[in-house]
Ligand binder design. Structure first.
Ligand SMILES: Cc1cc2nc3c(=O)[nH]c(=O)nc-3n(C[C@H](O)[C@H](O)[C@H](O)COP(=O)(O)OP(=O)(O)OC[C@H]3O[C@@H](n4cnc5c(N)ncnc54)[C@H](O)[C@@H]3O)c2cc1C
Length: 524
């Protein structure tokens, strides 16, 4: 994403009016849509991606931050999904090494039966990932487990099983994917909403009607293929195609709490395979804090700002308290965030949401609307590959091989220094630091290590348009410490107004709407 193109957003928006026809238009700027657009541009197709809010505003900024094969899916016997995800985990580690970290996890073991079960299970997990394994799993004795898991309840502890998986920053990866797509000649725009589909002779889909949410300007954009990658909102787009269509998605809410590292002062993540409701619970070190989650609660309505339910918060605090000696209270929670899993609707029966397969599913309607359901962040690249393969097949285009298996994602840099608070910018770190030069005192937050230069960088190079974009997804202040992010809002709005050429009214509106949103992340 060149500085010039992003600074002047209208250059990209102009393409909505000037491009006669795109090969593909992707609706949705989360992990799934970005994976498809990246695959398309890498194969040499012209591609437009439109996102109604900010990139990764939906589920894709609210994950557990794991790039994982899925130990849980192994327990469910879904070997194929584990194999696919393990391969993708290895590829992403290679293609975005500045964002994906090799994370050790420890399962505390309290019975000899669990020792046997998890030692064998995780050896199988290692074996499935083959040469893309991140490291061998081992049983560690009680003393070592207690050393590695400070604060863990010692009573009855037999030891631990240590294994490796990936850990990442979800919305930062989304932003880097946007940059890569644009660098490869695609157009990706946030705050552009699809509100209708175009059909040739009322039969085949030939494009979309969109609105630039910032200006209210509308455009009709033509395309050979239109892809619905809108996560929990897929049915809204499917209904634009066929208002009588049945429901294809079910949403399940997952909640995470963010705590100070003092409650879990370890570099090894904790994995509890079976909580009181039978699902796994993670405590994962992340940007100097610890993320604890998650729940699995079916919800009826999809929303871009889902709210954690009291019972979910209580569930996490209760389960964490079973393992932590120092027990966090509500007032210790720095941030609470909820996300919605877009799961392919079960085919009848009383399947629980945690049992519905996380593998993805592609649907093509008779009018050629391509829809993708389910999946996970870890497999976003493979989902993109499968979708573009399917489009080529359905529309009888000559097949082109995937070009994303070894495609460095913007910022890719090996051996980043994880102790550097700006490490996640990868190869851009030096450029952000160059902006900081001479302004060494202008930290917006010393506790979160967020600098004024990062705000300017986000506006100029990462398409940030609102205070929320900066505080939630370009930096992770909202998720790391919601109260601290509220304190920063006014300064961020003022800096952004200068960079974007906005007035005082805009600043006031931004501060007010940010505070309203962020209060939903604070536990009172
Ligand atoms: C609690 C939780 C934890 C998870 N943890 C992990 C994990 O650790 N690792 C992992 O691999 N996976 C994880 N996942 C799964 C993963 O996060 C999701 O599979 C993935 O983010 C879904 O991405 P998506 O692009 O399909 O949906 P979304 O990210 O929701 O993106 C869809 C986008 O479409 C946009 N949109 C909707 N309608 C329109 C329209 N009309 N016009 C334009 N845009 C529109 C929305 O605004 C939205 O941004 C987790 C999921 C949850 C809920």
């Amino acid at each position: 994403m060149e500085a010039e193109t992003v600074q002047n957003r209208s250059t990209l928006v102009n393409r909505l009016a000037t491009q006669k026809e795109w090969d593909l238009i992707v609706i949705g700027g989360g992990a799934t849509g970005l994976g498809i657009a990246l695959e398309a541009v890498s194969r040499g197709y012209s591609a437009l991606l439109v996102e109604q809010a900010d990139f990764a505003k939906g589920t894709s900024s609210r994950s557990t931050k794991l790039v994982h094969g899925g130990v849980r899916y192994l327990a469910q016997g879904d070997i194929q999904l584990v194999r696919e995800a393990s391969i993708e985990r290895g590829l992403l580690w290679r293609n975005a090494p500045h964002l994906v970290k090799n994370q050790t996890f420890i399962i505390p073991i309290y019975t000899w039966w669990d020792r046997l079960k998890y030692t064998i299970g995780l050896k199988l997990y290692d074996w499935i990932s083959g040469r893309l394994s991140l490291g061998a799993s081992v049983f560690i004795p009680r003393n070592k487990a207690l050393f590695k898991l400070p604060n863990i309840k010692a009573e009855g502890l037999v030891g631990g099983v240590l294994y490796h998986d990936g850990q990442f920053d979800d919305s930062r990866l989304a932003i880097n994917l946007v940059q890569t797509i644009i660098e490869k000649g695609g157009v990706a725009l946030n705050y552009v909403k699809v509100n209708g589909l175009l059909k040739d002779n009322g039969q085949f889909i030939s494009g979309v009607k969109v609105t630039d949410v910032e200006t209210n300007e509308t455009y009709t954009c033509k395309a050979k293929a239109v892809i619905n990658a809108t996560g929990v909102f897929v049915d809204d787009i499917l209904h634009m195609d066929n208002p009588a269509g049945s429901k294809s998605i079910t949403a399940s809410q997952g909640v995470h709490l963010v705590l100070d590292k003092k409650f879990y002062p370890s570099d090894d993540a904790l994995m509890i395979p079976a909580t009181s409701d039978g699902r796994v619970l993670f405590a994962v070190p992340w940007h100097g804090k610890v993320v604890v989650g998650t729940t699995d609660t079916p919800v009826k309505e999809a929303s871009l700002e889902p709210q954690a339910l009291e019972k979910e918060i209580a569930f996490i605090l209760e389960n964490v308290s079973r393992y932590f000696v120092e027990q966090p209270k509500r007032s210790d929670v720095l941030s609470v965030f909820a996300g919605l899993r877009p799961l392919a609707a079960p085919q009848g029966g009383n399947q629980k949401t945690k049992e519905i397969s996380r593998s993805h599913k592609i649907m093509v309607t008779p009018s050629h609307l391509f829809t993708i359901l389910g999946g996970k962040w870890t497999t976003f690249r493979k989902m993109g590959e499968d979708m573009v393969d399917r489009i080529e097949k359905e529309l009888q285009w000559p097949h082109k091989n995937t070009a994303t298996r070894q495609l460095a994602i913007h910022g890719a840099m090996a051996n980043v220094n994880l102790n550097d608070p700006l490490y996640f910018y990868g190869s851009d770190t030096v450029k952000v630091k160059a902006m900081m030069n001479g302004h060494a005192n202008q930290w917006l937050s010393t506790s979160l290590q967020i600098h004024e230069a990062q705000v300017i960088w986000a506006v100029k190079h990462e398409m940030a348009r609102t205070v929320e974009d900066v505080l939630s997804r370009r930096t992770r202040a909202l998720l790391l410490d919601a109260r601290e992010s509220i304190r920063m809002a006014e300064q961020v709005a003022t800096i952004m107004a200068v960079a974007l050429g906005r007035d005082e009214v805009w600043v006031r509106e931004q501060i007010a709407s940010y505070i309203k949103l962020a209060e939903g992340y604070v536990l009172s």
